[in-house]
Design a protein around this ligand. Structure first.
Ligand SMILES: Cc1ncc(C[n+]2csc(CCOP(=O)(O)OP(=O)(O)O)c2C)c(N)n1
Length: 349
């Protein structure tokens, strides 16, 4: 659903940042268990790409998927409830941060295993192509995932069968603490797609308009039957790999340099504190761009900020007030999965 409206893109980036900062606070308060991988700094990629997705398209993501889920249309309350392990969570409180799933919105999940996203996308793409439907699959992954065998197997088959898949590499330069030139023989990730005859491009992932334009073109080719396309977006995450990671392996000057070109920062004004959003980040830059171009007045910006702050406040209050799943519900799910394990374990499949 492509929207050329810059204010729409700004709104989506601001919502994305607000969701993640809310999650960070809940984690720090001890209300979220397990790992929490956050997205600040990378918002322009999700906002630009997902603004081009149609309701019939499928989205597959990784463990850094909250923002993909939000911008796919899953309410913030259902995402926050899932992070808090509540019954009203998008996966019934049984999945948590890395396992958001919503069949109705064709959000085929966050996946904790690096590289798992590729075969899932391949399967969905095959199903769409087999039934000759006008749909596409959007597959998000990080730069570290391209070293997995599944990446190569899936790209080969996607190209061979001309499957309708948009491969979206969010190259934030790090695989946990390992910088790309230390984990990949080819640091220009998009060039890997050439080995499988898949058209590929590298785009500035801090510029939401450039992201949107590239995604729109690639999806148009896919919908015209041209087969898979590959986009590498150069981006950066401001936080550590997860909340458990202080990110000390990166020089402060490097983090600051990227924050100084953050696409959200330009868009966001006073919604966030200086500590959360240093001057010049991707959101703020776009925010300033929108104001300078006359898309948004300072009053309009203030209203937008208030709306988003209220959305997140209400979402968090709903999530916090929701009940946990009962032991009976948890046991029922366990029994169901256990039955399947026995079924396959006996070799019936
Ligand atoms: C198969 C597998 N191997 C190792 C891990 C541990 N692991 C978790 S995240 C990660 C790094 C992935 O980096 P990248 O794909 O660049 O994604 P990013 O975190 O930068 O978004 C690794 C190695 C895992 N989850 N799965």
């Amino acid at each position: 659903m492509h929207s050329a409206d810059p204010v729409f893109l700004l709104r989506q980036m601001l919502r994305a940042r607000a969701l993640e900062e809310t999650a960070a606070e809940e984690y720090a308060a001890g209300r979220i268990a397990g790992f929490l991988h956050l997205y600040p700094g990378e918002e322009a990629v999700a906002a630009g790409v997902l603004s081009c997705a149609e309701p019939g398209d499928y989205i597959v993501s990784t463990y850094r998927e909250h923002v993909h889920a939000l911008l796919r249309g899953i309410p913030a309350a259902a995402i926050l409830a899932e992070l808090l392990g509540k019954k009203t969570g998008v996966s019934g409180g049984m999945g948590g941060s890395m396992h958001l799933f919503d069949a109705q919105r064709r959000f085929l999940g966050g996946y904790a295993i690096v590289g798992e996203t590729f075969p899932i996308a391949l399967g969905a793409g095959y199903a769409v192509a087999y039934r000759q439907l006008p749909e596409a699959v959007i597959c998000f992954f990080g730069d570290g995932a391209v070293n997995q065998g599944t990446f190569h197997e899936s790209l080969n088959m996607a190209a061979l069968w001309r499957l309708p898949i948009l491969f979206v590499c969010e190259n934030n330069h790090y695989q946990i603490g390992t910088e790309i030139h230390r984990h990949s023989a080819v640091v220009e990730v998009y060039r890997r797609a050439c080995a499988y005859n898949i058209p590929a491009e590298r785009i500035n992932g801090m510029d939401v308009l450039a992201v949107q334009q590239a995604a729109e073109q690639a999806l148009a080719l896919i919908r015209a039957g041209q087969g898979p396309q590959f986009l590498e977006f150069e981006t950066y995450r401001y936080r550590g790999h997860s909340m458990a990671d202080p990110g000390a392996y990166r020089p402060a000057s490097e983090v600051q340099a990227y924050q100084s070109q953050d696409p959200i920062k330009e868009l966001e004004g006073e919604l966030f504190t200086q500590a959360n959003c240093p001057a010049g980040d991707c959101v703020r830059q776009f925010q300033e761009q929108c104001c300078a171009a006359g898309h948004l007045s300072s009053e309009g910006l203030r209203q937008l900020q208030e709306e988003i702050a209220a959305e997140m406040r209400t979402a968090l209050a709903d999530a916090q007030a929701a009940p946990m799943p009962s032991l009976t519900e948890a046991q029922a799910i366990f029994q169901k999965n256990h039955r399947f394990e026995n079924f396959f374990g006996r070799g019936v499949a």
